[in-house]
Design a protein around this ligand. Structure first.
Ligand code: UDP
Length: 300
């Protein structure tokens, strides 16, 4: 997947041995082309909804499995819930058996359509349990429950990162997320599609910053969930204008209907990450978008 492949890049450069599992449902094998012949890297096409056993000693599990784009996770919502629930159960079972530390990548979506802004880790969330986003939101919530029950019952060494919107190279061209859509549309001289009035906000973190946050959390003693994301909040409309200006100011913006339960405001409080992990994002949205645009330009 997108974030996982950046993580592998870091771990391999750091001299670690990596076994990478992916069912390639929303990932792409070309993301790992650089490591495929590296003796420290093994790729196994595996779906974590199925149990996974290993004879090799493992000491760390990074669990990033699940499509994160609404278009993709909603295309087979039952599979999404199963990946979050059964997949996480399988990975926690593996962590318990191997006595390995496990980092689970949860999401800002556990906060749902938040009634507070910014969202800190104490906020319990406002999720519609029967809506079209619930396969992902509730899936990630039950996965968090499982992590903390494994911690309480089995003393499993868990880390939970709540990742906010992340963007950067290696996102799929047809991922369906706002950053990749707007860039690809602009590069292809198509209309930029804003869902709703574009006044909804998101906070976009460049993937390299996200990776540093995940690594800092994995290496920490922290036992509770931590938000990983950018504090810079942008309206979707502002993002559209920014990308349009960078690529082609002539591009037209059109509006489509807002999907059901689309959160209206999202910005992490990252006080805890700053205090406990000494982590905060460094890459400015302008630089991050430039790097991402270059990537998509090349891909297209
Ligand atoms: N969005 C949009 N046009 C697009 C894709 C997304 O206006 O082509 C909006 C979407 O409705 C949401 C925001 O951009 O309000 C972020 O969407 P994305 O799918 O990237 O992430 P998520 O909703 O999961 O935060």
């Amino acid at each position: 997947g997108f974030i996982g492949s950046h993580l592998v890049d870091h771990l391999i450069k750091d001299g670690q041995e990596v076994i990478c599992l992916d069912n390639l449902y929303s990932g792409d094998k070309k993301n790992i082309n650089n490591f495929i012949n590296n003796p420290n890297f093994t790729f196994l096409k595996h779906d974590i909804k199925e149990p996974f056993y290993l004879d090799t000693n493992i000491d760390r599990i990074w669990h990033l499995a699940c499509p994160a784009s609404p278009d993709i996770y909603q295309s087979d919502p039952i599979k999404t819930t199963k990946t979050c629930f059964i997949g996480t159960l399988n990975m926690l079972g593996l962590a318990k058996k191997s006595n390995a530390r496990i980092l689970f990548t949860s999401t800002s979506e556990v906060y749902g359509n938040a009634e507070v802004n910014p969202q800190n880790e104490e906020y319990k969330g406002c999720v519609n349990p029967i809506g079209i986003r619930s396969c992902y939101d509730e899936g990630k919530r039950v996965a968090e429950s499982l992590c903390f029950d494994y911690q309480r019952m089995h003393n499993t060494d868990i880390k939970v990162a709540r990742i906010f919107n992340t963007y950067g190279p290696k996102m799929m061209i047809n991922d369906g997320r706002v950053v990749s859509n707007f860039i690809v549309q602009s590069l292809q001289n198509k209309n930029i599609t804003i869902y709703g009035d574009g006044m909804q906000t998101r906070s976009f973190c460049y993937v390299k910053d996200t990776i540093k946050g995940l690594i800092a959390l994995m290496n920490s003693n922290e036992k509770s969930p931590i938000n990983i994301g950018s504090e810079k909040e942008l309206k979707v409309k502002e993002l559209a204008l920014l990308i349009k200006e960078k690529i082609n100011p002539e591009i037209k913006i059109i509006h489509k209907s807002l999907p059901q339960d689309d959160p209206s405001q999202r910005r992490p409080c990252i006080k805890k990450a700053k205090e406990k992990l000494n982590w905060y994002p460094l890459i400015d949205i302008n630089d991050g978008l430039d790097k991402t645009i270059s990537y998509f330009r090349e891909m297209l």
